[in-house]
Ligand binder design. Sequence first.
Ligand SMILES: [Zn+2]
Length: 1142
Amino acid sequence: MTSASGNSTSLEILLSTLKSSHDVQSTLSILQILDELLSAGTFKRICYMISKGGSEALLHTLVNMTRIFPPNYNVLLPLMHLLVKVGQRDKRFGQKAQEIGAINETLNLLRHSIPEPKYVTPCLWVLKICASSVATGAALGKSGLLSLLFKLISPYTTRNTKAIRAATEALSALLKSKWNSRRAVDNGYTHCLLKLYQDWHQGDTRNKYISIHKALLNCIKNITNIQMGKEAFLKVDGMRVLLNTSQACGSSADLQPIVKLATQIIRKCCPKQCLPLLTVRSCYSFVLLNTADSQVLECPSKCPQEDVAVKEDDEEEDDEGSTENEEPGYNEDDDDLETDLKRLRPNPQLDRPVGELTQYERLCPELVGYFQDLDSVSGEQSSGQDNVSCSAFFTTSMPQRHEKPGEWPKDIIEEDFPAPHNSFRYIGPHQMAPASSDSGGESGSKWLMRNYQAPIQDSGRHPERPNGGGTLNPSKHKIKEMHMNMQMASTGSSKISLRFQDLQNVQGQSVAGEECSQLLSQSWTIDRAQKPQDAGRKLSEMLREMIPFHDPYVYTTMAEKTKSATDCKTLAFPDYWGHIAPLYQEPLTGQWCGHLRDKIFEDVRRLVNPGDILNRVIFDIESLSLLPSEEDVSLKFSSNFESGNLRKAIQVRKYEYDLIMNADINTDFQHQWFYFKISGMKAGIPYRFNIINCEKTNSQFNYGMQPVMYSVHEALCGRAHWVRVGSDIYYYKNHYCRASAAARDQKETSYYTLTFTITFLHSKDVCYLAYHYPYTYSTLMTHLQLLEESLNPDQIYFRHQILCSTLGGNKCPVITVTASPGSQPEQLHQFWNRQYVVLTARVHPGESNASWVMKGTLEFLVSNDPIARSLRDSYIFKIIPMLNPDGVINGCHRCSLSGEDLNRQWAEPNRDLHPTIYHTKGLLSYMRSIGKTPLVYCDYHGHSRKKNVFMYGCSLKETLWQARSSIDTTTLKEDIGYRTIPKFLDKISPAFAINRCCFLVQKSREATARVVVWREIGVLRSYTMESTYCGCTQGKYKGLQLGTRELEEMGAKFCAGLLKLKKDEWLCSKQLITEDEGLLDLDNELQNDRHTSHNDMSVDDEPPCPEEIDYYTDNCTEEDDDPIDLATEHNVSSEDELELKK
Ligand SMILES: [Zn+2]
């Protein structure tokens, strides 16, 4: 027999003797032995005793001993001491106590002991432990313990604090039962508890009895888990009391647990409110009406909020859960993995008849001419290549160099591109009407009534106008509205109108001396005497030098053609004049520790002291007459420019503003992107901004990211930069929620606040603030035109065509870049054999980073860099740089005008609703149908919750492995070429991180570009490339936020990465490669094919939130009400022992 079993035997004997003993003396002896056993031992020993029936034996003894009258405390006190010691380790203690009938005995004992406080305390501890089982707690409450405890703890006194502490903790345990909580509320205990807490807060100035404060707060916390408890708490002004007491606690470390608890209660009880809007639906609508049969095209009229709005992350997002799960083996997302082998094997197939694909022939002009020539040649002599002359073809198909900047190439004017079949129009906020619509039987009106509750008022803009060109004529309006004509001498053009208010607004400001860049001559003062045009001319001259591929004049002409929901709009200064990346790099800010609670308290204070809050609406897109008068000292806001999306600005305190962003058009969700203008500021004062209708559950703003700002004043000093700004940046759940959720008191649909503080450098400046570096549609069109004009067509074949017209009537460009072929037959043959690379970007309009990456790609591809030359010689690039122009123009974050995420439409794109996707897929299908399936496809995106740049790809085997599929993968063949580019990018691109890449095929992503192009078009290397909005955790840019320069570099490096695919059939000399700063050491790479990544393999992207704010206190939670801490309890017990051994 081992000693263990020997022990067990003796322990069991001891326990059974104890259980049956009715004799005080022998009971006492056994209790002493047990106490010695346990006091020498550890927690393990207690558990062992529990497993041997220790709790039951002690409880039976309690029942036996309480039958002796009068109570013999000589035996009861050591017994209860042991019960507490054992009981708090026994999860079923309360249940056992109830079964054995010890509950009522203890309760009676307590009643007997009341006159002697020293006997009361141990009884209370036992009862507290019994009440840790909710059912037992409820039973105790029903037996009258609730009111008894209440008598023990009130009124406030510092006598018998041990008993008060025990009683308060027992009460807190009891209040976990909803029955008890209801009873407590009915009896008006909420107010008493709050009053007691206040008394302790005021009376216990030396914080000697923190545990009592805490226990009282736990009582309140448990009561407010039920709705009537919350109501009672609010009714007795609990918010104010807890707020004031918490703020009085200051930063004392001892009191932090109390402040934390109070904050939890405050956040939980904060009444849910709807946003201060009539409707959360976008204030612009876009009518989708099929002209052919007057049928309304269905588009999501209602936010599928529960499953999309909140969960829907970026692009190809990972769920937060998966990044937090460190276990590499399995996570919940694995359920989403595709395991159907049929769907995992690329199965190229055309989703439309081949006949329909011929329309895309025009988008491959580089091939058409060749085929024609080939046909004519083969008609005469089969191999008579000598006679082939392609010059004719190329002279006709090369882009016409247009004389005047700003004019569309010929093929654009001809509009030989598919336009959507439907008519449509925007409905702006000025047309919004209350719900009482009187619209009649007309289908369009019905649809409006149903979805927008707004009748069509303007019959002059009937939606059934032919030729889906739309009913907008923004340029005309614009010209009328623009109130200041300005001769742009530098461009030598005729009149252009431009709203030039920004320059006027900074008039009177001296931007002299060293502050000014040399470019602005020695000293430059904008004053009333100086005409804005002069300032403009100077600026134009200055920036022209500094910003390649940008020109304000061309921008204006492009912007005039841009069709948006706002008829009258201005040009944003930064977009008009352009952005120069600053020379320095901006570090991640780290985390703004310590002040989130203060921000939350400030928010709560608004509810508590509504009188202190200004609540002045100073900007409302639906009621522009609210614009403040000139002498108004508040900030002025606007965003009626391209990509702008501010909906409402409310001044809440002198230097604090709540801002609401407009929802994506035709939706009532998607708020993340922001872009607006501020003026009227004072220098040196911290202004707090709160964007109160964010939707994601977390944000990089909590992890070192800052928004971007562009100061007109600074631009005039030669620093025309978007820069990262803001301090005290936090992103947290607020008390606003959707109307439906407010009614149902749901937590999922809460909004989040992004708060940041800006101290402006200059008074009366005009500043633009944005989520990320803006890149508008007009910027793109300007960029494309200037890029094209800069090229030598003898060397570079650059073709700008129109893929199709968007729903909003804008043109979606498609660019072809390759090297112009020579005229020799072998050169032509090589040209014809070049493989295709197809790149797309900006399907999600809020992801402006994708456009900066694309800008880098385009500029690199047409550059003189030897690698670029080599790439042009090897590949034909088809680039659709903006798949969702309408979304970009209208300041949407994720959707198109149909209110849909276009990157979920690739499986079955609708020609009328998703024209850009339909035709991009058509072009890809066409390429496949003529045997020109692209070698690489990549869609550029931005990722809001991760750092670095990385890729998603598609792999059959990796998906099956990750899903732990039972399918035997050894017989499956898969080309691992999909890893080549990311592996290579990891080496050559500082921002890229391969260990963030993922090659799994998820069911939920089956309609994305990446998966459809892989599966249906059969492109092995089909990717989504995600660029962070924030910064890097590895490589050369570790610890830095990414700027436009780094994003553009990423675009260039992506191209360089394609070279890797050419290594086998390398056409150029190796010398060529070495020219580029050893960018590609191919030999090395070949030898070292086993990848060594330059960063660690940690799965988790982020550390925990800067301050753990319990978001999920809405429901009854059991956490945090700690059972008696063994150590503490030991102290307490030993104190008690002193008392009882006196
Ligand atoms: Zn995206």
